[in-house]
Every structure is written in structure tokens, then in C-alpha cells.
Design a protein. Structure first.
Lengths: 203, 228
């Protein structure tokens, strides 16, 4: 369902992606690993279409993603290094104005998504009053709310405590069981059954 | 699947978000207007308090101050959204980025351009312009500030990734803003002289329409480049 063929990408003088190919089918998670600077974020951003590839094709549902970018993006939930949260808005407001741009959300849905990442109902704290781990949880709630078939997540468990990591594992597993697909760059072990996991090590 | 949101609704929601954020931090958005008034109030101090001579200087003072204060305000347009990853999310949202940036630019104009339009005629009268010229000055500033916000969005998009982009932003935007300055200044001079100002106003309107149609597309391309 998602495949990349012969990806090449240069960052300045550095040949980061050197003829990389892989494919992931529905219900599976591709875990991208590699040392710092191996190009994990670069790969993920290139797959999203944020970075133009010098060579190579990324296919989603059999279509070249660079052809119909809007259709691809409509099914993509991306979480990068930035959490895209506004410090002066509460968690629920942040979700309403970010995920809400892409699909109609009810207050109940937002509350439910926040509860599933461990937020108490009616939490009115502003994002800037939250810890980095809590902000990450709100960002994960946004990924949930988008209800996209494809998740591309860059270090989703950064700053999360062990409970947060377990919660993320459950959410990811549920997503895969629904027939979703995920590409996750992380150093930590993902708490999902091994048979759903594919690994890609960048060197 | 759930109901998708139309691009119009998404733009509206984004505008509401930006307005709500601005209301929680009013100081930031009032700065350009205060700066505008400060620059204008420096002219009588630097030259002469004689109203008849200030009146000749008023169009230049108004437009230089408006241009500088709109440059100051541009820093606020995309900077924070670029840093926290919001623009990245918008770029991969499947919605037309140019449209979303136009929505953001509209709010930016409401918060930084519109106050200038409203206090501009008062500032002009303080510099000796007759009261009858106030509607004319208001109309010129209205068209000019819209064009300045839109043109500025392109520059703000291009300098997004730079840590100290202020000077570069000015260098990029000023040449594009010069036509607005020329026709705006001329139209203001005619307004203050209580003469018909159709010709420069038509050109100013043309610039505003042109930038409303082209600038969002250019800004979207610029933001995409800056996100790379």
C-alpha cells in the first residue's frame, strides 16, 4: 500500500538517502532506526512531501504521491519535531483549531481523544503551562483525531514517560488493527506485537 | 469516514484561531500602531511645528511610517507558526496552502493594517491636513495597507527559516512595496489638497487586486521552500 523506490536525497554535500527502497502493507508498522544524523527525519519529511526528492518514487495506494499531493495528504497524519501547539490555547482549543481544519469535530470527540492519551476531562491548562511530555501527548491526540490511514511520526515518544510510551503502543496497535499503516522513527522499542513490526535501519 | 471540512471553513477556523491568539496577547499587535504614531510624531520635532509646512510633508510622513510599521509587523505573521511546526502541519493538511496563508494574512491585516488605516487620518490632521481630507486619506491607507500586508506575506514566507531575517525581509519587501509608496504618497497628497485622486487610486487598487490574487500563491511557494 505504501512503497518507496530508489530514493535519493542530498542535503548540501551529504548524500543522505542512497537508493533506499521499502514497502509497507496495511496493518503494519515500519520502524525506522539508525544513529543520530543517519537521516531518519530527512527520510520521513521526504516521504511526506515536505522535502523534494532528487530521485525516486513514493507510492501510496499505487499512485505516485508527487502527482496528486492533496489526495495523499488528506490521508496522512504527520507528527514532526514541532508539536504545532499554540502556547496560549488549551489542549482542547489546540485540537479544535488544528485537527478541526481537516474534519468536523465535536467537543465529545476531542474530549475522548484527550482522555485516550491520559488527559483529565475539562483540563483548561494552556499549552505553555504543560510539560514537554504533556504537549507531546496532545500532539498524539491530534494524530488520533485526524483518523488518517497513514501515520508518519518522527520520534513520537520523545519526552514521554513509561506510561505515555505504553499508551502510545496501545494507540498504535489499535490503529494497525483497524487496517492503518504507520511509519515511525524512534530509538525506543515500540510496545506492539512483533509480527506487526517491520524494521528499517538507516546507515 | 467523518465529514471533511471545506477549504472555506478551514480558512475561517484558522482566522478565528489567529484572532483568539491575538486577543490573548494584545501588546504584540498594538506595537506596529504605536510605532506608526511615534514615527509620525517625530516629523514635527525634526523639522518644524509650522502646520503649513508640515502639511506638505504629511503624505511622505504617513507612508514612510506605514511602510516601516508594516515591516515591523511582518515578523509576527509566520514566525511563530514556522517555529512550532504549525506551518508544516498546514503544508501537509491536504488543503490549499495558498488559501490558508491568505486567511492568515487577512487576520494579520485586521490586527496590524486596519489600526493604521483608522489612526492614519487623525495623524494626517495632526500634521495640518484639513478635516475634509480624512475620508480620502482613509481610503488611500485602506488600499495601500492591504497591498502591503499581502506583498509582505511573500517576504515573510521566504525569510521564515532564517534566525535574524529582519533586515533581509526589509530588503526583499521594500522594492516590491515601492509602487505602493509612490501611488499612495501621490494619492494622499491629492487628498490633502482636496483634489480628485482617481488616477493614483486606480493604480493603487490595481496593485491591491494583483497582490490579492498572486501574493498568496507566491507566499505558499515561499513557505514550502522555507520548510525544506
Amino acid at each position: 500500500m505504501f512503497s518507496a523506490t530508489n530514493l535519493h536525497l542530498w542535503r548540501g554535500d551529504l548524500h543522505v538517502l542512497r537508493g533506499l527502497s521499502f514497502s509497507v502493507t496495511a496493518g503494519y508498522c515500519l520502524q525506522v532506526t539508525g544513529i543520530n544524523g543517519a537521516g531518519k527525519s530527512t527520510l520521513l519529511r521526504a516521504l511526506c512531501g515536505l522535502l523534494p526528492l532528487e530521485e525516486g518514487v513514493v507510492n501510496w495506494r499505487g499512485n505516485d504521491t508527487s502527482r496528486d499531493r492533496h489526495a495523499f495528504h488528506a490521508e496522512l497524519a504527520w507528527l514532526g519535531h514541532g508539536t504545532a501547539l499554540k502556547g496560549d490555547l488549551s489542549a482542547a482549543e489546540n485540537l479544535r483549531y488544528s485537527a478541526g481544519l481537516r474534519r468536523t469535530l465535536s467537543a465529545a470527540e476531542i474530549g475522548h481523544a484527550l482522555a485516550s492519551v491520559g488527559f483529565a476531562a475539562g483540563d483548561q491548562r494552556l499549552a505553555r503551562q504543560m510539560s514537554a511530555g504533556q504537549q507531546r501527548r496532545v500532539a498524539l491526540a491530534r494524530v488520533l483525531l485526524l483518523e488518517c490511514a497513514l501515520w508518519i511520526l518522527d520520534e513520537p515518544t520523545a519526552n514521554l514517560d513509561s506510561h505515555g510510551q505504553a499508551v502510545f503502543g496501545q494507540l498504535l496497535h489499535a490503529h494497525l488493527q483497524r487496517g492503518g499503516l504507520a511509519i515511525v522513527a524512534t530509538h525506543q522499542a515500540l510496545a506492539i506485537p512483533g509480527e506487526r513490526l517491520q524494521e528499517l535501519e538507516l546507515t | 469516514m467523518s465529514t471533511p471540512v471545506s477549504a472555506v471553513q478551514a480558512g475561517y477556523l484558522l482566522m478565528r484561531r489567529d484572532l483568539r491568539l491575538a486577543l490573548r496577547r494584545p501588546g504584540e499587535w498594538l506595537q506596529p500602531m504605536v510605532f506608526f504614531l511615534v514615527v509620525i510624531s517625530l516629523f514635527p520635532l525634526a523639522s518644524t511645528p509650522e502646520l503649513s509646512r508640515l502639511r506638505d510633508m504629511a503624505p511622505a510622513a504617513l507612508w514612510v511610517a506605514a511602510l516601516l510599521s508594516s515591516l515591523l509587523a511582518l515578523e509576527l505573521l509566520f514566525r511563530e507558526d514556522g517555529q512550532d511546526g504549525t506551518l508544516e502541519q498546514l503544508a501537509v493538511s491536504g488543503l490549499p496552502l495558498a488559501w490558508l496563508l491568505l486567511a492568515k494574512t487577512c487576520v494579520h491585516w485586521l490586527l496590524t493594517g486596519l489600526p493604521l488605516v483608522l489612526v492614519g487620518p487623525l495623524a494626517a490632521t495632526a500634521l495640518g491636513a484639513p478635516y475634509a481630507s480624512m475620508p480620502g486619506v482613509l481610503a488611500v491607507l485602506l488600499l495601500g495597507s492591504v497591498a502591503l500586508s499581502l506583498i509582505g506575506a511573500v517576504g515573510a514566507g521566504l525569510t521564515l527559516g532564517l534566525r535574524r531575517g529582519g533586515v533581509l525581509l526589509a530588503l526583499l519587501v521594500l522594492p516590491l512595496a515601492v509602487p505602493v509608496l509612490i501611488y499612495g504618497g501621490r494619492a494622499t497628497a491629492l487628498a490633502i489638497a482636496l483634489e480628485p485622486m482617481t488616477a493614483p487610486m486606480d493604480l493603487l487598487a490595481a496593485i491591491a487586486v494583483l497582490s490579492a490574487t498572486l501574493a498568496p500563491l507566491a507566499a505558499a511557494a515561499a513557505v514550502r521552500i522555507s520548510l525544506e
